[in-house]
Ligand binder design. Sequence first.
Ligand code: GLA
Length: 749
Amino acid sequence: MKLQTLLFSMLVALPVAAQTIPIRTDHTDLILKVAPNHRLYQVYLGERLLDVGEYDHLDWDVYAASDASVSQRGWEVCNTGGSEEFYEPALGITHTDGSQTTYLYYRGHETKAVDGGTETVIRLADDQYPVQVTLHYVAYPREDVIKVWSEILHHEKAVKRAGSIAADGCIALQAIHSTILYFRRPSYYLTEFSSDWAREAQMSSQQLQFGKKVVDTKLGSRAAMHAHPFFEIGLGQEVRETQGEVLMGTIAWSGNWRYTAEVDNAGALRILPGLNPNASAYRLRPGETFRTPEFIFTLSRNGTGQGSRNLQSWARRYQLRDGMGPRMSLLNNWENTYFNFDQEKLTRLMKEAKTLGVDMFLLDDGWFGNGGHARNGDSAGLGDWDVNRSKLPGGIPALCDAADGAGVKFGIWIEPEMVNPRSDLFEAHPDWAIRLPNREYYTYRNQLVLDMSNPAVQEYVYGVVARILTDGHDSSGQRDINGDARVAYFKWDCNSPITNAYSPYLGDRQSNLYIDHIRGVYNVMRRVRENFPDTPMMLCSGGGARCDYEALKYFTEFWCSDDTDPVERLYIQWGFSQFFPAKAMCAHVTDWNRQAPVKFRTDVASMCKLGFDLGLRHLSADDLAYCQQAVANWKRLQPVILDGEQYRLVSPYDGNHMAVNYVSQDRRHAVLFAYDIHPRYKEPLQNVRLQGLDADRNYQVEEINLMPGQASSLKGNGQVYSGDYLMKIGLEAFTQNGLQSRVIEIKGL
Ligand code: GLA
């Protein structure tokens, strides 16, 4: 008998003190049990039980009563396939001897306090192979959020057999999920979030029947362009905003993720979020720990509204970079100038930023590349991060000086993971790009993806970022007199998926490319955050194709979409708000949809992190005065809009209007946003009933963000109402006018 097998049989001979492992939040119980066979099962996931003594009634053998033929099957917490379990495995391993079956036995667990909650760490191991799996659950009681991931470690020996892929001692991870969750309900409804360029976060729903529904991405980089890594599942009824049980989950991974919702033969739903196995059987070296992406979920019994507030406040407190901090309003030059600018033009725009009243000027694409590789369009220069000397002879320091002179901060765009074949970088390091050595390459937006699995490339990319952040230094150092970094902000873009998937660096370990590439991206992002902790950064990916909670550990906000048509934005922002707080969602006022008044466009952007991307010279005096007032109001109301609780009141998916209100944490202050999109002639209008107010408090209602000289036509404007009235009767905030918006401040007395 092998020593390991011997040790294990000694271990299993010990009495298992009916191990129950509760993962608890204020309203949710996830209860796991070690069964007599020493394996770990989910015995309950649902509303928190009042009496923990009743955990004893929960049976691991969930099928016993209904189907004796499968009585040995429970809901295994890390099911591995190839045993008595016939459905999609959470973890699939090919061992060095070729066996594809893993049995995981409970070896122990610990709990410890972590920021905001409790982490439970459960150790499992195989009895025949030196493979350990460690499950991590962090429960955040107040927010009702659970974050879960696992780690895989092995010490298998190399198998020296002709043709064996395991000659290097690697096991192959065929299926890698962060977890598996099980439910048994009468019906299940999935809401998914599909996407495309300028069409992000589109919500659609369907009932799940027997079999699998799989949503995934294979884009590698810019990975969430066609589907976003989050979903909602209505348990027992369709997903609703204010009632019903709903699971809301999101995979924290910027690369190829996949989630599977599978209804099995017994009518149970299995949910498997994790990595996409496509072309990614990960070869894991002995002694190396593989960490899955985090999966974050909340279980709401009051619909998605409550679930979103859970996730939003969890993100602000524990995951989003500087989640509790303020955010800067800005003026961006992209749609105003595209690649056509010089120092003088930018200096003028910086002054416009000051006139507008925003905090920062953000210089977009087009400031770098020289000679034949000047970035005057999107076909050259990516990778060459030296300032274009003919456009900007004074470089970044001169831009910082001009911003200082104008009295605004200076931010800059980069896309450091990419390269144009027409660049000095590509000419010097063709092997740094992901591309096949033996085929013509295919470019997307004229660019290739740098091979971030290569440490030399990571070093280069980090160096680019660090150099730009310190390049604006003056004689007093890299900080201005107020102590702020002179380059005060980054917009970090990522415009191409991985094409020509081959890493010149990884050699015969190509199946690790999609995962190691993203890990390399995170290595750089982590280093940037560590060394420049005070620099806020916008995550951008040709719009909103990077919108996950791993990247958002390193970024303060993300660009939701290049589509800034305010009507489309009502849908896009509605979609993203399901999972993200307003302060993480960048929204800019642009010239998309000029039929919509500037007021409408600005009011839509004011629901999130406000910015502008238009030339002030094209604004009428009234529009400019309006925008200045709206910026000042937005800054004043940040504690309500960005840090308050959000209540989605009227969905644009339901008709011709949309309304959302935000309430400050102390419930003394609220802001209602109401929009009329395309009301029908004589359409009967409903009052907008607010949510989240203090029923016993009186509030004064005042319409703000009015055009100069415009009097409010809101019935009851200036009056005092109780929270009770505003929540039960509401305000006549909607009108029959197309593209009209109202912003209403509700001040507690
Ligand atoms: C992407 C971004 C835009 C802009 C351009 C610049 O498309 O989403 O906001 O920065 O790149 O090339």
